[in-house]
Ligand binder design. Structure first.
Ligand SMILES: [Zn+2]
Length: 187
């Protein structure tokens, strides 16, 4: 156990070194080969991908929420809100991601999966994530009006891990701008 902790500490130190510009200049080749690997598997990388989906939604006139389902650090589903296109109030990004992931994996349970979504899920989506027994939920911006957290984390499955606040400002701003634009157009 102590050996493992030491190993983790060494790794952490390496990661800190890689972030140092001077070290990067000294060892460009090594850094080039290692940096993409670190970037690829980070929460931030996946949240950026979810944010790209939110941008696609905004361009299509949909409420800009994007989601990415990840299994074993691989993206297995990408989705964005499509309630307008499908004329379906249940076509939230999370619902579509759950269905796509289940189809891809051939199983209805998603204990091995992580969902990255730009906005705090609503209670309907939290319910779907509970039924799917999702492994981990990561969301960007909070939704104080429609978000599930006003009812508590209990809406999720007890085994679901949770994190939030990643790319918070971008995820929040895209929603605010969308509704501001909508209000301006309706005047
Ligand atoms: Zn929802």
């Amino acid at each position: 156990m102590i050996r493992l902790v030491k190993q983790v500490n060494i790794w952490t130190k390496h990661l800190d070194l890689l972030k140092n510009d001077r070290i990067r200049l000294l060892f460009p080749r090594i850094i080039c080969s290692i940096m993409p690997m670190i970037e690829l598997y980070s929460d931030e990388y996946f949240m950026k991908k979810a944010f790209e989906q939110a941008q696609i939604a905004a361009d299509a006139g949909e409420v800009p929420v994007g989601a990415i389902m990840v299994c074993n650090k691989q993206i297995i589903a990408k989705s964005h809100n499509q309630t307008e296109l499908l004329n379906d109030v249940t076509a939230h990004a999370e619902m579509l991601a759950v269905t796509s992931a289940a189809n891809y994996l051939g199983t209805k349970y998603l204990q091995q999966c992580e969902l990255f979504v730009t906005l705090e899920p609503c209670p309907m989506c939290a319910g779907a994530l509970k039924w799917a027994q999702l492994g981990r939920l990561v969301y960007g911006a909070e939704d104080n009006k429609q978000g599930f957290m006003q009812y508590g984390k209990e809406l999720l499955h007890p085994q679901t891990k949770m994190a939030y606040g990643l790319l918070h400002d971008d995820c929040s701003l895209i929603i605010k701008e969308f509704f501001q634009k909508k209000r301006t157009l309706s005047r």
